[in-house]
Design a protein around this ligand. Structure first.
Ligand SMILES: Cc1ncc(COP(=O)(O)O)c(C=O)c1O
Length: 285
């Protein structure tokens, strides 16, 4: 695996060594935290479910009134070139679109596009086998449907998580759970119905895949979930591109189900990994 100083990145129209990828301090991402991004997983050298991520990236840009400097096909070409040059078979591709170099530090100018590819570590088998404890926090993201670069609340809460020994924080507002700073939430009821919140969430690509996989074996529902319900659930888990499916075994100190990762969560994880493998096989052809 090449070290980071041998990697290349796309920086404002050019492919450059990662160490030379820069942004001027007048950029609105620095000045006001204004920008959007998306994150694609590369496995065995292939970007998985790329069209879904590009759809979301373009939609986030549109909702924030940021014009994309490249077409979808041009972005795909850049991604192919980065994958070929970086030779990182397991990696995360981050596409960032910022508010641009602003003259008054407030008004967006021509958006700047950056694409990096960095090594990725997926959760270990031990972590999946053990599951994770989480805490809840009263919050809802400002524009949940947009993947903005603003993760202030999630980052600020790392301090609290460290103090209480939890590994993620689930946002709850008016008694309804929504999502984690970087993951979606799922619950399994005692009749093996897979439920995920309908509102105030980012539409995760892993959530979408898990919902369609869940529908093959179980009943799947997208609806509001009350915090009390998850304390009675049989199983809970989170989903994201980098974490796939990670079982949740404790919420605010209360055990979920048996307090161990459940069979439905683990079955869906296996199904998801098979779906990824089938994507890779299809992309190889
Ligand atoms: C707020 C939020 N919710 C959910 C997710 C999970 O989405 P995905 O499965 O597409 O990674 C993310 C991803 O980073 C996120 O930022």
């Amino acid at each position: 695996m090449p070290s980071n100083d041998k990697l290349f990145a796309y920086n404002l129209g050019l492919i450059v060594p990662l160490s030379e990828a820069t942004l001027h301090i007048s950029d609105l991402s620095v000045q006001r935290g204004y920008g959007v991004f998306d994150f694609v997983k590369v496995q065995q050298g292939f970007p998985l479910f790329l069209d879904d991520y590009l759809d979301r990236f373009f939609q986030s840009a549109q909702l924030m009134h940021l014009s994309m400097p490249l077409t979808r096909e041009e972005i795909k070409q850049v991604i192919d070139e980065l994958i070929a040059r970086n030779q990182l078979p397991e990696a995360g591709l981050k596409m960032i679109l910022t508010g641009g170099y602003s003259e008054d530090g407030f008004t967006p100018m021509n958006p700047n596009l950056l694409i990096t590819q960095l090594p990725l570590t997926l959760p270990s088998e031990e972590k999946v086998a053990k599951g994770i404890p989480i805490m809840t926090h009263d919050y809802v993201r400002e524009m949940p449907e947009v993947k903005t670069i603003n993760y202030s609340m999630g980052i600020r809460l790392l301090h609290e998580q460290k103090a209480n020994g939890t590994e993620e924080v689930l946002y709850v507002k008016n008694g309804l759970v929504s999502e984690f700073p970087r993951c979606n939430f799922f619950m399994v009821t005692h009749d093996n119905t897979i439920v995920t919140p309908a509102n105030n969430i980012l539409r995760g690509i892993t959530r979408k895949n898990v919902l369609s996989l869940a529908g093959r074996r179980y009943k799947a529902e997208v609806r509001d979930i009350r915090l009390e319900e998850i304390l009675q659930a049989k199983e809970c888990f989170l989903t994201s591109t980098t974490k796939r499916i990670l079982p949740i075994v404790r919420v605010d100190g209360v055990l979920v189900g048996t307090g161990k990762p459940g069979e439905v969560s683990l079955q869906l994880l296996q199904d998801l990994m098979e779906l990824e493998d089938s994507q890779i096989a299809a992309l190889r052809e």
